[in-house]
Design a protein around this ligand. Structure first.
Ligand code: KG4
Ligand code: ZN
Length: 330
């Protein structure tokens, strides 16, 4: 079974094919350069760019996999959550291909695809596992019992963790998207321990998160950062607070559920300090830890093709009618 996956929910245009032997092909175009001068994603520009990029990318993955459209067994596309105009582009292209070749159309939840992304790797986790989903739009701890069987244990009450990284990076004068820039700046910090920020909501029971206060703490501290070293120390203190908080909540969720595997997905999963701290937790507690490779942590279509393939294989298809939705509970 070969499933074409299409991703256009935000600022990456991507296509991929997942087949009987695993991932057969994937290709991506990032719009980062397009949006950089505006300091964030401009929805209308994103939609227009998806329109011009998606068909060549689909042709490219078909060629890479040595397949024709008629060899496909389904077309999976990101139906939400995301920017509505951007989602509509992928959905319309998917519907066109599915209709032309009589294929089933498989709407995929973007966050479900993120949390299944580690299944693209070898070794892959086995169900059940705990997933920490950390992206620009979401911060979730999910008990994953199987494909389509998810229980949300905790989420952010305000900013998503990637959003907190991006907003704090902006305060520090770093370019969009700020997360990786802030992480790079923080690499030169930490020696002075001049700043220490709270680990929000870790002093009480529960698995919820709140990150907006940290951004405010950085804003308050900013006038005292007089040189490049101070800014690096500030970035370090912010990153330590965020990554400690995530590690504390993961440890708590693992203890609460008795799960022994931890899967980390979403763009912030690329953060080195987070990887180090969760690696330490896994060693201490004898857990198995899975991170998808960097390119499958951030938005991509391989995870969409896989999620569609998994849904189709297990017969757990959401209704196959064309739809898009900017907000969608997992
Ligand atoms: O999953 P993703 O590619 O897109 C969605 O939000 O769906 O995640 C993007 C987020 C951005 O907020 C970006 O700044 C953050 O992930 N990010 C990072 C790092 N790499 C990407 N945040 C902290 N450290 C990083 N190394
Ligand atoms: Zn994403």
């Amino acid at each position: 079974m070969n499933i074409l996956g299409i991703e256009t929910s935000c600022d990456e245009t991507a296509a991929a094919i997942y087949g009987p032997a695993g991932l057969a092909a994937h290709a991506l175009h990032s719009q980062i350069a397009l949006h950089a001068e505006y300091g964030g994603v401009v929805p209308e520009l994103a939609s227009r760019d998806h329109v011009s990029r998606i068909n060549p990318l689909i042709r490219e993955v078909l060629a890479q996999a040595g397949l024709r459209p008629s060899d496909l067994d389904g077309v999976a596309y990101t139906a939400g959550p995301g920017l509505i105009g951007a989602l509509m582009v992928g959905a319309s292209v998917a519907a066109g291909i599915a209709t032309a070749h009589g294929l089933p159309l498989i709407p995929v939840h973007h966050m479900e695809a993120h949390l299944l992304a580690p299944m693209l790797e070898d070794p892959r986790p086995e169900f059940p596992f705990l997933a920490l989903l950390v992206s620009g739009g979401h911060t979730l701890l999910v008990d994953v019992q199987g494909v389509g069987r998810y229980e949300i244990l905790g989420e952010s009450l305000d900013d998503a963790v990637g959003e907190a990284f991006d907003k704090t990076a902006k305060l520090l004068g770093l370019p969009y998207p700020g997360g990786p820039h802030l992480a790079r700046l923080a690499e030169g910090g930490g020696a002075s321990k001049a700043w220490r920020f709270p680990r929000p909501m870790t002093d009480r029971p529960g698995l919820e998160f709140s990150f907006s206060g940290l951004k405010t703490a950085v804003l308050t501290a900013l006038p005292k950062a007089r040189n490049e070293q101070d800014r690096a120390d500030l970035a370090w203190a912010f990153q330590e607070a965020v990554t400690d908080t995530l590690a504390i909540k993961c440890a708590r969720a693992l203890e609460q559920t008795g799960l022994e595997q931890l899967v980390v997905a979403g763009g912030v999963g690329a953060n080195k300090r987070l990887r180090e701290k969760l690696g330490e937790l896994a060693r201490r507690q004898g857990l198995r830890l899975y991170f998808p490779r960097h390119e499958f942590c951030t938005d991509n279509a391989a995870m969409i093709a896989y999620a569609g393939w998994a849904r189709r294989s297990e017969g757990r298809l959401p209704h196959g009618k064309l739809f898009t939705t900017p907000r969608w509970a997992i």
